[in-house]
Design a protein around this ligand. Structure first.
Ligand SMILES: NC(=O)c1ccc[n+]([C@@H]2O[C@H](COP(=O)([O-])OP(=O)(O)OC[C@H]3O[C@@H](n4cnc5c(N)ncnc54)[C@H](O)[C@@H]3O)[C@@H](O)[C@H]2O)c1
Length: 284
């Protein structure tokens, strides 16, 4: 594999594109509008520059990684890629539509079509394509340059060859892969999201402050970050979308999205990416 494509250059797509370019792949990134391309490009170059300034990336590697990144608003720019990673918003219909288009675009080419979805079963995404054997889940974690884990999720009809290529890519990106079951939330979000929702419900009850909830989990359980700050990092919109998928799959009451989360998303308080969530983040 030499050419990796990334569709969607938000929090996750920008991180995946950066890590792939730093690992020596030619990377083509597709976003929905020119404005989104500009934002995505800025996100990647800011992160690369931060590594350069911190001495974690040599000037030569910075230059090479920057040169390997290409941006477009046209899906046709992806033709010739060996593996595509979809990292668009966590909305099932949008992902189904994109995979239909990708499937058509690549025809019979031996490409791997991977989704970075946090919760939608891979078999459901694969089902909309004529080549379900080449569809797989490759679930990275935020922030991608620092988080070591990738969940590899094979759908019912994913081929062994596709699984092998997904593991090869994870290794080439210096990530540790785990094999996760193709069920809503896979491993990490099936366990993490109920915890985050419980923390939001506790805050919503008015019985504990956001700071105390987070401090309790950091100092009492040794977590690197409290649940409300972690929700801000993930994005409240993404957390809500994952909760909705988990609730739809199980119907369990503790997975119902808390009203406060729904309200904050409706008000555009999405966490770090908008500067306001359970905590405030000055935007630089
Ligand atoms: N945020 C997290 O912590 C996290 C962690 C792991 C996985 N994920 C998953 O990664 C995916 C992306 O999440 P994110 O946090 O980066 O979201 P985000 O909102 O930061 O970015 C999504 C990007 O997709 C773009 N987009 C939407 N539709 C598009 C289309 N049809 N074509 C091209 N671009 C399109 C948007 O313009 C936006 O820039 C989701 O499936 C999410 O569940 C998120």
């Amino acid at each position: 594999m030499e050419r990796i494509a990334v569709v969607g250059c938000g929090l996750m797509g920008s991180g995946i594109a950066e890590v792939a370019a730093r690992s020596g792949f030619e990377v083509i990134v597709v976003e929905s509008t020119n404005a989104a391309v500009d934002l995505g490009r800025e996100r990647v170059s800011k992160s690369l520059r931060k590594s350069l300034d911190a001495g974690k990336l040599s000037p030569e590697d910075f230059e090479n990684a920057s040169q390997r990144l290409h941006f477009s608003t046209e899906l046709s720019a992806l033709v010739g890629a060996d593996l595509v990673i979809e990292a668009i918003s966590e909305q099932a219909d949008g992902k189904f539509e994109l995979f239909r288009q990708l499937d058509e675009l690549f025809g019979d080419a031996p490409v791997v079509l991977a989704s970075n979805t946090s919760s939608i079963p891979i078999a459901r995404i694969a089902e909309v394509t004529a080549h379900p054997e080449r569809v797989i889940g490759l679930h990275f974690f935020n922030p991608v340059p620092t988080m070591k884990l990738v969940e590899v999720i094979a759908g019912q009809r994913t081929s062994k060859e596709t699984v092998l290529k997904a593991h090869e890519l994870a290794a080439a990106l210096n990530k540790t892969a785990v094999t996760a079951p193709d069920q809503a939330g896979f491993i990490v979000n099936a366990l993490l999201i109920p915890y985050l929702l419980a923390a939001i419900r506790l805050f919503e009850s008015g019985n504990a402050s956001s700071q105390d909830i987070d401090t309790a989990m950091v100092l009492g359980c040794g977590h690197p970050m409290g649940p409300l700050r972690l929700t801000d990092l993930i994005g409240l919109d993404t957390t809500l979308a994952i909760a909705e998928v988990l609730f739809a799959a199980s119907g369990e009451a503790h997975l119902t999205p808390p009203p406060l989360l729904v309200t904050m998303v409706a008000e555009g308080r999405l966490g770090r990416k908008t500067g306001e969530g359970f905590f405030s983040y000055p935007q630089s």
